[in-house]
Ligand binder design. Structure first.
Ligand SMILES: [Zn+2]
Length: 338
């Protein structure tokens, strides 16, 4: 963010409660979202209830919070998918959806998909940002509730630009104890974008993108497109789902690109609508949208795991990508969110 947006931040404070995103979307609040401690309690409780699940600490954040890996590995020879949430701390509904998915795996609500696929989940990678426990001020952030939430980690670093240098402890934990330790075939990196992106004149519930670095193996990119096809077919067909193609860069500092090149993993970026907190009112989304966005995550995780488990992902038709329009943004949303 440059000086221009700093000035705009002052302006937005005046408009709190008056912007278009506040109308009909409910209050911008963090009070309904799981805290880091609530997430950890939930995971430990599920670990005691679910024989198929393992819970491991893969490292610590800048502020010393344990970073957790949820593992369902029945047979290492089976294909493996990794779901990553909240590299950006203010993008929490993806984590809420991942928690619901874990619960469903325990109750059998997701069927017998664990028979055919290994599932790894790293929820809330950026716990310090999610808790607003950072070494820089968040006074101008919009959300009401227990805490502010920010994109950056405690050192004001964007973790999704650290996948080449891997300087931050959160990024190191992910690469050292997950990416290098397991044979991972697929990964979905779950994010939230602003509130004003649209396709065909209608606001999107999210947007997706495969690796776009020229250094990616074309065969792996094709697998990434198949992963995207499964997501598109299952989400866009719902009453609430409307997906566009995301506009993303080719830098390998971004996980979607860097992880594909470094490990040969098929990756998909999923950017859901609206952040849990922000200092710009075009980005934060009120709690009235929480339900369908959490469901969008559950649908995405369940459908992709099932398609890998039964092998149907190999038949996924990727030609839809050629006709899927790139999302455009209404005024008020201009930064790169990924
Ligand atoms: Zn993000």
């Amino acid at each position: 963010m440059g000086d221009g947006s700093r000035q705009f931040r002052t302006f937005t404070i005046i408009t709190v409660g008056e912007g278009p995103n506040y109308d009909g979307n409910g209050q911008i609040t963090t009070s309904k979202l799981a805290t880091y401690d609530e997430l950890v309690s939930f995971l430990k409780d599920q670990d005691t209830r679910q024989p198929a699940m393992d819970l491991e600490v893969i490292g610590q954040t800048v502020k010393g919070r344990d970073i957790h890996l949820v593992k369902y590995i029945s047979d290492p020879a089976k294909p493996t998918i990794l779901y990553l949430t909240q590299q950006h701390g203010n993008e929490q509904l993806t984590t809420e959806g991942a928690m619901a998915f874990v619960k469903h795996l325990g109750t059998g609500k997701s069927g017998d998909i664990l028979d055919g696929v290994n599932i790894l989940i790293v929820p809330m990678l950026n716990a310090d940002g999610a808790m607003g426990d950072v070494n820089f001020p968040l006074d101008d952030y919009l959300a009401k509730g227990d805490r502010h939430m920010t994109r950056y980690n405690a050192e004001e670093v964007d973790l999704n630009r650290d996948h080449v240098a891997k300087i931050q402890p959160e990024t190191q934990a992910l690469h050292t104890n997950v990416m290098r330790k397991y044979s991972i075939d697929y990964m979905i990196d779950l994010h939230h974008q602003g509130t004003r992106s649209e396709r065909d004149g209608k606001l999107v519930s999210g947007s997706i993108l495969y690796p776009t670095t020229p250094n990616a193996d074309p065969a792996v990119v094709e697998m990434s497109k198949q992963l995207g096809a499964v997501v598109f077919n299952n989400v866009d067909s719902t009453g609430w789902g409307h997906l566009g193609k995301y506009v993303g860069g080719s830098a390998e500092t971004i996980s979607r690109n860097g992880i594909t090149v470094e490990y040969g993993i098929a990756t998909l970026l999923f950017e859901m609508r609206g952040m849990s907190d922000h200092y710009l009112d075009g980005y934060a989304l009120g709690l009235r949208s929480n339900g369908y966005l959490i469901q969008q995550t559950v649908t995405t995780l369940t459908a992709t795991a099932a398609a890998i488990a039964d092998g149907s992902i190999a038949d996924a038709d990727t030609s839809f990508w050629d006709s899927l329009d790139t999302q455009t943004s209404r005024p008020g949303e201009e930064a790169d969110d990924e």
